[in-house]
Design a protein around this ligand. Structure first.
Ligand code: ATP
Ligand code: MG
Length: 553
């Protein structure tokens, strides 16, 4: 692991070579999302990679909305994407761009290609273009319109722009090589007629550039040096290079591909998430069971934990998937020293200390985090009636059960030793009260006479406690049954959400607000839900439990 951290990844090696050879004198990267959905953990990898490289080499990081395709884009997504990237800490400063602001330059670029004899207007239908394109094993066939004169092409392209043609009637194609082994080079379409209103340019344009043509131009205009994208674009790189070469950009950007991040047992596909939202199975794109950045934030993940996760994953050229448990490991590592360790009882039964004076309240001084003194301490009320976890008492204990059972002595965390004396059942046989006696000589949780107890349990004082709601999560997809059913629908784990409405926390949560997080001793890390929590009715999401089988070796 250490070696992986100190050695440079392959992208850094390329960048350092380019700098040392003087090919570029700076580094400029970008993150270019299409504003057609919410960002997810995979995007976070790309954002932090691009931002991190710019920082590392004292370069610049551009934020650019790739909004050249007017059908799918929504302003709502622009806002959420900006918020998510800010939250991750990838600061673009004043470098926020929209690809649609370059439509004029893209149009000029198309004219330039036509004038160089490198682009032509083609009248074939979409289907004919597909047929003419050939296959991996057979070469393509020239379009009958391939040899139109430059003048005719200029005029037809102008007419395309002037709204003389219907959608699909004519396209502009790059004139490259119909027999290239790379199908992307077989005269790809670079402009199409499309009568669509664009969220930025309105009805100004009825022709729109295709992604493979637009993207290199966007990069070149912004002076991007290293245009980092995912592996599926590897076969498009020759076209990227062709575009920037034919348009004669000086020191054009270089495309570098890396493998996408895949996580096991989560859903990242926009199509499936949309369906879960529409079917009401999740309560929005930020449902804490999802791995959109908004969902991770709401669940209680921190930017630091996501950065750590992305760093641990590394950058590679080979597709692979990473266990969700690794993300959990990262958030645990990040939170364990930063957060106060509070007492919260999620499944309460009453514990009554028969020999503790009625009406008396003691305020015990409790360290917020024993491993981090800087977090200070707080006062926790202790009294005769407490709540403890139902599972911390057993009438008939199995072997190696060291918590409460009749006759056994345990430590109440941060408080006293108590000995279980009796219990009360309701008519149905449920235990509703446990009775005990305390030893006043054991304040703070140690005895003077060297007496030891094996079990320590947490508690909250009934009278001063705050009632709250706690939500526990499991993976949203059913691991056993597989992610998808045969009909393509998502297989939802019925236990993905458990709502506990009868939980009690100590009173030290006053002023707690959305996104604040805590450790609840023995139960995990929890975060105040940003959507549903109110000061009167606090709602906590479990971020992660405390234990994990996941190990970093
Ligand atoms: P998806 O298909 O998963 O919804 P996308 O590729 O359509 O994602 P874009 O907005 O085009 O979404 O992506 C913006 C950037 O994020 C691109 O540079 C893309 O390569 C990168 N990206 C998308 N998914 C991942 C992933 N799983 N891992 C790393 N980078 C990713
Ligand atoms: Mg995409």
């Amino acid at each position: 692991m250490e070696e992986a951290i100190v050695s440079k990844n392959f992208i850094e090696q390329i960048i350092e070579k380019d700098l040392s050879e003087g090919y570029y004198d700076t580094v400029r990267t970008r993150f270019p999302p299409e504003p057609n959905g919410y960002l997810h953990i995979g995007h976070a990898k790309s954002i932090l990679l691009n931002y991190g490289l710019a920082k590392k080499y004292n370069g610049q990081f551009n934020m650019r909305f790739d909004d050249t395709n007017p059908t799918k884009e929504k302003t709502e997504f622009v806002d959420s994407i900006k918020e998510d990237i800010m939250w991750l800490g990838a600061d673009w400063e004043d470098r926020l761009y929209f690809a649609s602001d370059y439509f004029e330059q893209m149009y000029e670029a198309a004219i330039k290609l036509i004038k160089k004899g490198k682009a032509y207007v083609c009248d074939l239908t979409a289907e004919e273009i597909r047929e003419y394109r050939g296959t991996l094993t057979t070469p393509g066939k020239d379009s009958p319109y391939r040899n139109r004169s430059i003048e005719e092409n200029l005029q037809l392209f102008e007419e395309m722009k002037q709204d003389k043609y219907k959608d699909g009637e004519k396209v502009l194609r790059a004139k490259i090589d119909m027999s290239s082994p790379n199908i992307n080079m077989r005269d790809p379409v670079i402009y199409r007629v499309a009568h669509m209103t664009h969220h930025n340019t309105g009805d100004k344009w009825c022709i729109y550039p295709m992604y493979d043509f637009a993207h290199p131009i966007e990069d070149a205009i912004e002076g991007i040096t290293h245009s980092i994208c995912t592996l599926e674009f590897e076969d498009h790189r020759p076209l990227y290079d062709w575009v920037v070469r034919e348009l004669e950009y000086e020191k054009p950007p270089k495309q570098i591909e890396f493998a996408k991040l895949y996580l096991t047992n989560v859903i990242t596909g926009k199509r499936y998430i949309k369906k879960l939202v529409e079917d009401g199975i999740v309560d929005g794109w930020d449902d804490p069971r999802l791995v959109s950045i908004a969902a991770l934030r709401r669940r209680g993940f921190t930017p630091e934990s996501i950065k750590m996760f992305v760093d641990l994953c590394g950058v590679s050229k080979a597709n692979s998937s990473v266990d969700y448990a690794m993300l959990e490991y990262c958030v645990r590592e990040d939170l364990k020293l930063k957060k106060s360790r509070m007492m919260a009882v999620l499944d309460p039964i009453k514990l009554i200390i028969d020999n503790y004076p009625e009406g008396q309240v003691e305020y015990l001084e409790v360290a917020n985090n024993m491993e981090n003194e800087e977090l200070g301490s707080r006062k926790v009320p202790f009294s005769r009636e407490l709540y403890i976890e139902r599972e911390d008492f057993m009438e008939i204990p199995p072997k190696k059960y060291f918590r409460m059972f009749p006759g056994n002595e345990v430590r109440l965390m941060n408080a006293y030793f108590v000995k279980c004396e009796s219990f009360v059942k309701d008519d149905e046989g449920n235990i509703i009260e446990v009775h005990c006696t305390y030893d006043p000589e054991t304040k703070g949780g140690t005895s003077n006479d060297g007496r030891k107890v094996k079990g320590t349990i947490h508690w909250v004082s009934v009278e001063q406690s705050i009632k709250c709601e706690v939500r526990l999560y499991e993976n949203i997809v059913d691991e056993e049954a597989g992610v998808y059913n045969e009909d393509g629908t998502v297989n939802v784990n019925p236990n993905s959400l458990t709502v506990l409405k009868n939980c009690y926390i100590e009173p030290s949560f006053e002023g707690a607000k959305a996104y604040d997080s805590y450790q609840f001793v023995r139960n995990g890390f929890f975060c105040i839900d940003a959507k549903d929590s109110t000061p009167e009715n606090l709602v906590f999401n479990r971020i992660v439990s405390l234990k994990s089988s996941f190990k970093i070796n």
